[in-house]
Design a protein around this ligand. Sequence first.
Ligand SMILES: Cc1cc2nc3c(=O)[nH]c(=O)nc-3n(C[C@H](O)[C@H](O)[C@H](O)COP(=O)(O)OP(=O)(O)OC[C@H]3O[C@@H](n4cnc5c(N)ncnc54)[C@H](O)[C@@H]3O)c2cc1C
Length: 295
Amino acid sequence: MFEKDLYIGYEDFLIERPFDFSLHSSIGCGGCAKIAFYPRSEDELIALLSRLESEGRRYLVVGNLTNVLPSDLGTDKAVVCTKKLNAIKRISESLVYAESGILSGALLDFLRREGLEGAEFLSGIPCTLGGALYMNAGVSGAYMQTLVENVRIYSGGRVQTLTNGDCAYAYKDSVFMQGGRVIIGATLRLKESSPDKVFIRQREYIQKRVRLPKGKSMGCVFKNTQSAPAGELIDKAGLKGMRVGGAIVSKEHANFIINDKKATAREIKSLITLVKNAVYAQYGVCLEEEIRYLE
Ligand SMILES: Cc1cc2nc3c(=O)[nH]c(=O)nc-3n(C[C@H](O)[C@H](O)[C@H](O)COP(=O)(O)OP(=O)(O)OC[C@H]3O[C@@H](n4cnc5c(N)ncnc54)[C@H](O)[C@@H]3O)c2cc1C
């Protein structure tokens, strides 16, 4: 083992080694990283990132791994998983500060108890707050950008606060995709309401999702296009049920790829390429991935 792989002096951090992507990702594939860290507080996160950077170690940050395709080879980077960084507090009538690793379910429970409305669209999206802020996650025209007051980040060795405008939000796009920014947490702006009303709205969103495909997936693989939803184009191109190895284009929702038979990341990637080529050949539309490739 190389000295660099040893991570001596990191014993105070909560560590998992190896970190098996096939066990942690919603798509259920991928190799391993040698090590993953689970910072439990903002201070711990900053201490960890500063240390990794000062030692020239490369790292990648993940939340709940529900929109990523890990590589079969895993990664030689250290994984920083935010899931233990999950504090939340109400800071005024309509503002809530939450750390990036809080899961959508816990965030929504808190908001329901506090009677705060506006984030119900996250119901059923299996994300952390950080992943949702990065992806500008959402559904039916409601996206994270509508909630963000500001985002606390670690970048270039410093903690900074970005305004909503600084986040450069657009459809499934944000400044975070340019790299170099770790989301520590965010202040979200909500509307005062009542727990009952919030509960009903959360349930409505959950009910709209009952027909989404079951099984291991990354949610929607492709972004919708100007001309049509990606799923509609894939469906019309006759690609539902198309298979490469253990990966299949869902028969219920063509924008989902399901890992139903121990697919490798390579097989999933090949299926993505086949879908893109077929849609381009039939409609002249170049589908763009929504999912992120982890390497
Ligand atoms: C069944 C299913 C249904 C889904 N439905 C929807 C839906 O309706 N709408 C929707 O928008 N999405 C949906 N998704 C996709 C996914 O849940 C969202 O994109 C979500 O926002 C990803 O969050 P995550 O915590 O899993 O992020 P991850 O998948 O862990 O990460 C996504 C990206 O964000 C980066 N990242 C994560 N945390 C941080 C951080 N703290 N700082 C910097 N970078 C970070 C990662 O490096 C990665 O590039 C669905 C997925 C599944 C499996």
